[in-house]
Write a protein that binds this ligand. Sequence first.
Ligand SMILES: NC(=O)c1ccc[n+]([C@@H]2O[C@H](COP(=O)([O-])OP(=O)(O)OC[C@H]3O[C@@H](n4cnc5c(N)ncnc54)[C@H](OP(=O)(O)O)[C@@H]3O)[C@@H](O)[C@H]2O)c1
Ligand SMILES: *[C@@H]1O[C@H](CO)[C@@H](O)[C@H](O)[C@H]1NC(C)=O
Ligand SMILES: *[C@@H]1O[C@H](CO)[C@@H](O)[C@H](O)[C@H]1NC(C)=O
Length: 273
Amino acid sequence: MFHIGATVFAGFVAFLGILIAWLEVTPIERQREICRMAEAAPGKEEEFRSTNQTAFVVGYTGETGKVLVEELVNRNIFQKVVLIGRRELNYEGEKYNKLEQKVVDYEKLEDHADLFKGHSVGFCCLGTTRGKSGVEGFKRVDHDYVMTTAKLAKEGGCGHFVLQSSQGANKNSSFLYPRVKGEVEAECADVGFDKLSIFRPGVLMVDRKESRPGEWFARKVLAPLKYIAPTVMTCPVETVAKAMVNIVLSPSEKPSEIFENKAVHLLAKGKLC
Ligand SMILES: NC(=O)c1ccc[n+]([C@@H]2O[C@H](COP(=O)([O-])OP(=O)(O)OC[C@H]3O[C@@H](n4cnc5c(N)ncnc54)[C@H](OP(=O)(O)O)[C@@H]3O)[C@@H](O)[C@H]2O)c1
Ligand SMILES: *[C@@H]1O[C@H](CO)[C@@H](O)[C@H](O)[C@H]1NC(C)=O
Ligand SMILES: *[C@@H]1O[C@H](CO)[C@@H](O)[C@H](O)[C@H]1NC(C)=O
């Protein structure tokens, strides 16, 4: 009996391994275009910088948002970056001079419509979890706050909205998380931005201070994938941030595009192609 059990288990593990390896090596749709966009991005920084554009970031105190701000500061492509959030962070050093922090109450975001005026690009890394905020709280942040942000951005003249969604987003899902993510994606598409870039990273790889046992467990289990199949189910926050900046410099010819986890990796570093 033990033998049969062990054989079935070994077979299952081998199957899973092959599936993951296959997913890792299978090219995605538009792979070459996405790689070309990524490769072209660094060469466009200087020209972009000379156009004096500004951007805003919501969710900038979060794990992805923090890294995105760092990426924006280091690549220095905007004349000004307005950070809109519910609390302030400490930035020390000259390179942070182009950041402006604005503390707002998201329940009254409309009162701050002027903060969203005049930006060519808006980045959204907002989000909470059901564990932290409950079902209603989760919808409030991940749907309502994101949609209010998107609408204010559009009214303020934002031409390119860059939204962090999630792998598995699906408005038809019977599960809360993927459904809300899918609904927000669809509603953002209806807002009518000239350009909409939606990112669907997998499990975010980050050394999170906050305790989230489920996510922590997923990260530990999936950590070895970093070596054998880095683009299948996981995504370092640095990769999301790089990809977000690259898509601004090197926009897709499509007005609206969804980047699945692997595409996010490719967009961050074209040399994978
Ligand atoms: N965790 C994953 O593995 C994973 C995978 C794929 C996609 N995603 C999605 O990616 C996005 C970013 O994830 P993350 O882990 O980087 O985010 P995070 O660390 O949880 O940060 C979320 C951001 O949203 C802000 N926020 C949350 N509740 C708020 C409220 N009530 N009012 C105002 N601001 C609020 C936070 O502000 P404070 O700092 O003040 O709390 C923070 O800036 C989320 O939409 C998430 O669902 C996550
Ligand atoms: C951008 O700002 C610089 C310095 O203020 C100015 O010289 C330049 O003409 C501006 N460029 C555009 C496209 O507005
Ligand atoms: C959701 O359901 C609609 C109607 O059945 C269908 O047309 C659409 O393709 C589905 N979308 C997804 C993401 O599954």
